[in-house]
Design a protein around this ligand. Sequence first.
Ligand SMILES: *[C@@H]1O[C@H](CO)[C@@H](O)[C@H](O)[C@H]1NC(C)=O
Ligand SMILES: *[C@@H]1O[C@H](CO)[C@@H](O)[C@H](O)[C@H]1NC(C)=O
Length: 447
Amino acid sequence: MGKILVTSFTLLVSLIFTIGESRVNYNGYKVLRINATQNRAFNALKNLFIQDEMDFWSPPSRVAPTDILVSPIRVRPFRTFLDTIGAPYEILIDNVDYEIEYERLNYLASSELRTSEMNWEAYQRLETIHGWMDSLAEKYPSMVSVFHVGNSTEGRPLKVLKISTGEARADKPAVWLDGGIHARVTYIANELITQATRYRNQRLTDAYDWYINPVMNPDGYEYTQVDRLWRKTRSGPRPVLGGFLGWCRGVDPNRNWDFQWAGKGTSRNPCSQIYHGPNAASEPEVQAIQEFVLERKDQIKLFLTFHSYSQILLLPWGYDEVRTDDHDDLMRVGTKAIKTLESVHGTKYTAGNTAEILYAAAGGSHDWAKGAAGIKFAYCYELRDTGNRGFVLPADQIIPSGEETFAAVQSMAEDILEYIKPEEEQTTVPVDGAVTEAGQKLYQKPL
Ligand SMILES: *[C@@H]1O[C@H](CO)[C@@H](O)[C@H](O)[C@H]1NC(C)=O
Ligand SMILES: *[C@@H]1O[C@H](CO)[C@@H](O)[C@H](O)[C@H]1NC(C)=O
């Protein structure tokens, strides 16, 4: 009886949801994967990007494929255009709606996975992720705590998980991790806790306070139930040309940070996917994290932000084609991390300065972390996959992707520990690219 009641209630709720806001339809939309290695093709795509003319799933790049979402009416002219500029391409996704529906059916069919229990076999709703964070703090009160750092535009809580073991000190080094719409960041948090509790391996949590913000944009995350490809926040709506050209919601949270704001690779059009917002840090989600990180800027030694997708590890600066003064230090730690990552499942990443290997994009969080908060080691991971799904990454890749990403994060944390040690205690400088034995041993699996 109780079960039937609950079931009908769920049905009713989903019915209301369906009627209230029908899902955005991408029938006939294609994703083209373009090879922009040649200068002519790269420059042409760069101009389209600057003029904010197409929906780029990945910014124009010479080293990674450039993927663009194309509406049905534009497919033919755009293909002709690509032939004209001599850019080879393939059709990566023939019908975006098909992929979305397929993923949704799989999700609905696996109802046993949709309990309020957290797991890494499916993408979870916000409530589940937040519930999971709170339950960790209850279960491991001496190791885990949850900070409520602010509220989103639509009033959802912004939460940061803190994981730490051993001595509590105000000057203990810290690592910051945030993720937008990715289960991988929660996977890393879970792995740290599992290592500490199940395998009694507390090295990394003894050495660092870990601050983890798994859902940086909760409104956008929940709105993907309506528009699977939504990536902005949900503030607004704001008018375009006084409203003559319509009204649009949302700011690109990775163009809104208060450093070199509104520069290259951003848009002032509120309807754009790369809209930088009405002013720097206009979004409460960005503001809250800026404040939280600034309060701990001397403590935080490593700042990592996770996005999809391209399999690239990006170093500052992203706002223009300039390298940081300590580019070589960041590159050394980064190169080793992606080698460690590759050793887990063979996934290949490229590392480099953002604006050199992609086109410039100002207002990103890793630029802000380095430029405004002064955190030396700040990176952005563009995760899996460069395979054939793009944003619609199949849920069965969450765990392998989590495993390899954890290995990379661990490698960085280890290297930086060495770097921040007082000089007299330092052992030899880590060798270029070598995966250390210590790094291998840290990741303990059950026998
Ligand atoms: C892209 O094109 C260049 C030549 O224009 C070629 O050397 C390269 O292999 C191509 N890359 C891919 C991934 O197809
Ligand atoms: C979030 O909003 C609630 C009211 O809905 C308020 O009580 C709380 O103080 C806000 N939290 C923060 C951190 O701003």
